[in-house]
Design a protein around this ligand. Structure first.
Ligand SMILES: [Mn+2]
Length: 248
């Protein structure tokens, strides 16, 4: 795919592994996973065609007591093997900040992959919306000047929502997150931060919350020749009526 597209294709590996009950030998399972991955990656492909990433999980239903491919496992594996680490926003403790990991990992990793999903309680993969976590991750990427070193991946597992609508909402939420981060009063915030002026930093940040993001977004959409605001819904309804509904 990457060769044909003349653009690197990202191959992300995630394995649903682990056990419901407490295992005896965690090391044996992780040693086996390390060996298995080494076999999978034995054949090298050009990074111009394909980039490999590995994604961890905290736990899942049915693997409450042990997940072989934990964050520490894959972090160690990816960094030691020259692979990319993929951070799924729904694969960490609900109170754990994935945004905080950006600056830490970028110091040691060549790049990062984000599975931008929306965790709800212990589940993930809900359609991305412009929530605090998306904003925080984008702010960290933008402030680290790392837009060129990250891959942003989305998914639309929730089949109960119009497929095109889910795709549009998720993709636009991710783009809005980047825009919101780019529009932050960076110089003011950076200066207040450097001066140790906690009040000025907090005040500037709070002011930024109500800055007119929507107006800039609408202008961006107009210049790009794509629907703005509620006309998105009308356009999706038209597509559903004129294209999807008449498919055999
Ligand atoms: Mn994922």
């Amino acid at each position: 795919m990457g060769r044909e597209l003349q653009s690197p294709c990202l191959h992300n590996l995630w394995i649903p592994d682990g056990s419901k009950e407490v295992p005896f030998d965690r090391l044996a399972a992780r040693t086996l996973l390390r060996e298995g991955l080494d076999e999978i990656f034995a054949v090298e492909y050009s990074p111009h065609h394909m980039k490999d990433s590995l994604e961890s999980k905290l736990f899942g239903i049915g693997s409450e007591s042990f997940v072989v491919g934990s964050h520490e496992f894959y972090l160690g594996y990816a960094l030691s093997r020259g692979k990319l680490i993929c951070l799924d926003l729904g694969h960490f403790h609900p109170t754990e900040s994935v945004a905080d990991k950006v600056s830490a990992l970028l110091l040691f990793a060549p790049g990062l992959v984000f599975h931008l999903s929306r965790g709800v309680r212990w589940d993930s993969d809900h359609v991305v919306i412009l929530n605090d976590e998306i904003r925080a991750v984008m702010e960290e990427i933008v402030r680290a000047r790392a837009l060129g070193r990250v891959f942003l991946a989305l998914d639309y597992f929730d089949g109960s929502i119009n497929r095109v609508g889910a795709w549009v909402i998720g993709a636009r939420a991710a783009l809005k997150g980047i825009l919101a981060a780019l529009l932050m009063p960076e110089t003011t915030l950076r200066n207040a931060d450097a001066a140790g002026d906690g009040f000025r930093r907090l005040a500037a940040r709070e002011e930024a919350v109500t800055l007119p993001l929507g107006a800039v977004w609408d202008r961006f959409c107009l210049e790009a020749g794509v629907p703005t605001g509620a006309s998105v819904q009308a356009e999706i309804a038209r597509y559903e009526r004129d294209v999807l509904a008449v498919r055999d």
